[in-house]
Design a protein around this ligand. Sequence first.
Ligand SMILES: [Zn+2]
Length: 458
Amino acid sequence: MTQDAQNPAETNAPARRPLSHGMKSLIALLVLGTVSVGMGLFAAGPTGSHGPGTASAATAPPPLAVTLLTAPDLSAPATPATYVSGTLKQKETLTGLVTRLGAPANEAAAALQTLYDKELIDPRRLLPGLEADAVLDDGHLRALTVKAEPGRNLFISHDTNGDWIAAALNARLTEGYRRVAGPIDTSIYETALKLGAGDQQVVDFASVFAYDIDFQREIHPGDSFEMVYQVYTDETGTPVKAGDLVYAGLNGQALTRGFYRFTPPDDGETDYFDENGESATKFLMKTPINGARISSPFGQRKHPISGYTRLHKGTDFAAPTGTPVYAAGNGTVEWAARRGGYGNYIIIRHANGYKTAYGHLSRYAKGLRKGKRVRQGEIIGYVGSTGASTGPHLHYEVYIKGAPVNAMKLKLPTGRKLAESSDVMPAFLATRNEIDGIRAHKGAGVLTVSLSGNPPSP
Ligand SMILES: [Zn+2]
């Protein structure tokens, strides 16, 4: 009882679920298998001294003890200083942590205020596990180190007047690339994490393929994946953080495709492009809802009351009331109001004569109204059963120049094709070849390579 009243037929045809809406969909990746691995770590750049974040230090920072003990107020300590380390607990403030290490609360607060005043760290964005080292002397806080993020330490000490001063020092990090690849038996996610990739790299990987593959239903034993992503290592060669995913590849029964990260110099919009320069991003998402099943497909249906056969102009997705509904593509809201049997109904006008429409909604997203511009993947409303509906579901329609089409069979217009830009294509091909060079270097080893099309973040 989850389709339009006039369209009672149901099927169990699978609904595709774009993965671009967050970690929820990544659960799908968890059921895939363990992976055998080929990976290599490559240092990049002749100097290899790109420090992410703020300006990198030209030389390695002096050890903390040297910095602190050469400070004038520490030149003749009455008692030996003690060093205490601790990590931030869940829901603990930084002041709370430093106080827990033994510093008086007022001194901890004053010292840390210098970090906030200089905007060296955002107190609202601290994560549990953050490490701090305090230097205590005779019950007083003398100095403090906060390990803000891998490779970036914040130092607080006294100046000659006894005022707190703070400085950020970045470790000298070397940029390189790591390749992670292998057959999928149970989980891309688990394996990638085990190999040192972060959540972000896996999320990016899933997002790149969200328009092309259903990770829940279209990954089969024997399929394989490949990722290449940036890594930063410290002076000892230890990887301290991972950066952008520069290559995402899938070799499977359902799909074999690879995408390269590239920022076209003309529009500056970073995206992933296949080997021919076609964007992974599609004009419209395949389905505007996650976790739903198709309860009634597009096509001719017998009307339950009149008995006449008529066209079901959309696709019905059964889902609980309140399930978010996303804008299938960028566009402008043309209608957001009740409309007869459709109940609460939204029409979005897209480029090139395309429109998408969404019926039976329980409510609209806050602020959504006629004339508003929406972006692909933005929540526009919530599943309901308003209008001529016998149960909560989304009735989704796609129109091309006024004619209804089957959204599930739609040959989706792609995003940008770089081949159409003769001034951009050579730069893309150069980047592609550089990334392919990294991919070809499967064993462990060092390769000096700099991705000219993908300069590291300043
Ligand atoms: Zn319908």
